[in-house]
Design a protein around this ligand. Structure first.
Ligand code: NAD
Ligand code: UD1
Length: 337
């Protein structure tokens, strides 16, 4: 297949580009580089020995999207492009709705005009809201999201569902990611957050490499295994492979929704201990106050993706730690180093 990957210069997009190229697909990446790097794409070429067709453009630029779709005979789109910082979305809601929701509208309008009607969308477990029973299962309706980032994901899911409702030629896969971490086993590509990381794994990795003094664990008094929050961490390469499998789902019409997670909850303390056990590098930490908006514990029921797509998150927590460390220690300053 020839696949257009929006946001392909970012964390999950670059790993997915590798998997697609290695599986023999042709790939065109569109990214405006607001949070991605061309170096990542050069490293993808290094890993795969193949050339990445890259267009530096914004998905909100209709002319640019029309040109990409006119120039390439695209079979399906995997849509990663968007903004993802939860805290920033609270202070800049318009920016988030403009990028994530309007960006998707423009992309879909361009796809419709070009007759390309297959899309795989990066959604998030956050769409289940705060009241859903754990483990989260796809049949549970979307819940009340607590920040504009999460709301933008729920809104885009609804837009794509409505598109299928209106025109049965569309096919849509909504992939609800749990907590992707890790890096490609080559150590050449990985997560490279700008500024202070919001997410746990890059924070641990930056403490370990000496860029930050200590980790603050947000809350130690939750009703969980050890008082710290539990999440479902999955290896980014497994997640990337999930997209490859989802291309199968969008070759049939309609909407399909899949949780992509391991089905296991792991606590923050277990994460820190596991990182140190695997890498032999200490991570100084202190337990601080809870972070507003955090849920105590959630993980996926990932049975549907296994049954229908033949997908399982097979890599272990040890793999996630070892691969994160190979990337972070080899690239202490990320792509800018
Ligand atoms: P990322 O920021 O590394 O990648 C997103 C890419 O999209 C970046 O390269 C950025 O430059 C590009 N981009 C942003 N807005 C754009 C626009 N208007 N036009 C063109 N390119 C644009 O993020 P990621 O972690 O790889 O996440 C990819 C997708 O998965 C996002 O939609 C994110 O919301 C979603 N997601 C991520 C996680 C996670 O934990 N990383 C969890 C759930 C869902
Ligand atoms: C966060 C977002 C979620 C988004 C996901 C992936 C919030 C409330 N949720 O999920 O919408 O889809 O990222 O981008 O921001 N932790 C610490 N110290 C740190 C950082 C994190 O203790 O410095 C803890 C958190 O309290 C949480 C766990 O580690 O319990 C994981 O945090 P994080 O990586 O930010 O992911 P989520 O909060 O699950």
């Amino acid at each position: 297949m020839k696949v257009l990957i929006t946001g392909g210069a970012g964390y999950i997009g670059s790993h997915t580009t590798v998997e697609l190229l290695e599986a023999g697909h042709e790939v065109v990446v569109v990214d405006n580089l607001c949070n991605g790097s061309e170096v990542a794409l050069r490293r993808v070429e290094d890993i795969t020995g193949k050339t990445v067709d890259f267009v530096c453009a914004d998905i909100r630029d209709r002319e640019a999207m029309d040109a990409v779709l006119a120039h390439h005979d695209i079979d399906a789109v995997i849509h990663f492009a968007g903004l993802k910082a939860v805290g920033q979305s609270v202070s800049q809601p318009l920016t988030y709705y403009e990028n994530n929701v309007n960006g998707t509208l423009v992309l879909c309008q361009a796809m419709e005009a070009a007759g390309v009607r297959r899309i795989v969308f990066s959604s998030s477990a956050t769409v289940y809201g705060s009241e859903a029973p754990v483990p989260y299962v796809e049949t549970t309706p979307r819940g009340t999201t607590s920040n504009p980032y999460g709301t933008s994901k729920a809104m885009v899911e609804k837009v794509l569902e409505d598109l299928v409702e209106a025109d049965e030629r569309w096919s849509v896969a909504l992939l609800r990611y749990f907590n992707p971490i890790g890096a490609h086993p080559s150590g050449k590509i990985g997560e490279d957050p700008q500024g202070i990381p919001n997410n746990l794994m890059p924070f641990i990795a930056q403490v370990a490499v000496g860029r930050r003094d200590e980790l603050t664990i947000f809350g130690g008094d939750y009703a969980t295994v050890d008082g710290t929050c539990e999440r479902d961490y999955l290896h980014v390469v497994d997640l990337a492979v999930g997209h490859l499998k989802a291309l199968k789902a969008v070759s049939e019409r309609g909407v399909s929704v899949y949780n992509l997670g391991t089905g296991q909850g792991v606590s923050v303390l277990q994460m820190v201990n596991s990182f140190t056990r695997v890498t032999d590098v200490a991570v100084p930490y202190r337990v601080g106050a809870r972070r507003a908006g955090d849920l105590p514990a959630f993980w996926a029921d990932a049975a549907k993706a296994e049954k229908e797509l033949g997908w399982v998150a097979g890599k272990s927590l040890d793999d996630m730690m070892a691969d994160t460390w190979r990337w972070q220690s080899g690239n202490p300053e990320g792509y800018g180093g």
